[in-house]
Design a protein around this ligand. Sequence first.
Ligand SMILES: Cc1ncc(COP(=O)(O)O)c(C=O)c1O
Length: 380
Amino acid sequence: MKLDSECVRGAWDCDPPTGALSVPIYQSATFRHPGLGESTGFDYSRAMNPTRTVLEKTIALLEHGKYGLAFATGMGAISTLIKIFSPGEKPVHIIVSEDLYGGTYRLFNGYYNRYGFSFSWVDTSSLAQVEDALRPETRALLIETPSNPMMKITDIRGCAALIHRRGGLLMVDNTFLSPYFQNPLDLGADFVLHSGSKYLAGHNDTLAGFIVHSHDHYDPVLREAQKSEGASLSPFDSWLTLRGIKTLALRMEKHQAGAKLVAPWLRRHPKVERVFYTGFADHPQADVAARQCRGHNGMISFYVKEKRYVEQVLKRVRFILFAESLGGVESLITYPLVQTHGAIPEAMRLSAGLNDKLLRLSVGIENPEDIIADLAQALA
Ligand SMILES: Cc1ncc(COP(=O)(O)O)c(C=O)c1O
């Protein structure tokens, strides 16, 4: 099946007894046992639920993995994946992209560093910097590519080679491109992570998170953690995400087409200092993008020339919504400094280029003329 067909059909044909095309929402906490020691395969929805199972198989199919696990949020997925390591047994050092979602920074530096994990934050778009950060106790490399919010691109194949040489694992947060434009497992990654709340579900109406991988050894470990910690995705949210994925191909094409018009318009605007967009031909890692991605998303970050324009834009936008998140059908504008990346310490933020003049735009699937008209009046 072709990729756009896979998005529509997923891992589902129809409900055999009724012929229903839509996956039933098995809104049941528990399942009747046929007899002592017997099970239908489903016992309790925290551990396994039939609607969630279809979604887990669908995301595995789209990401070319053997196994998929669905969580209540993207953070739930990241937190669970980190638990494959036990610092009590041997030291765990993880190298992480310095320019990534602020919530991941908060989770690692605010929580996991208390439990014996250590992290190094590096610009992973430079393989030399990744290599320099490797230590004997480095067990994993976690990258976001494109990065959030500076849109840097990290060479997934190059990172896989570096970390595998040390016996470590490569984890890739693929939220920004979705499996429609990038499949990290095909490029050597061990694990793919997603905030399904973004492009996958796509409608700004639900939260979800995923881990996809092909490691037989780790699958029972991850399922046990999912069941024990209970951050598993609910049946209704599983259904909403399944429904969102059906139109992923159409939406990603529309996000891409919209951003391709909005980004150069912003670049020409006299009050805009610099625009960060992976689709520019002169993007510093355009060659890497051409090797590993099939397209570009709807994400654009930009510096306004003066800080006062930030407040002006956020106050004046009407069509574009000033809200935290990305990847949904509605265009959203975010101020990373105080919203998505507020948890990152100032020095680290500034070294990554995340300053008080940076705005992040998630181009939705509306008509780009309306998005540009709104930006024009907001920046006037
Ligand atoms: C790249 C990326 N990864 C992970 C997350 C966390 O996902 P969630 O908000 O679903 O917990 C986000 C949230 O913005 C994100 O942008």
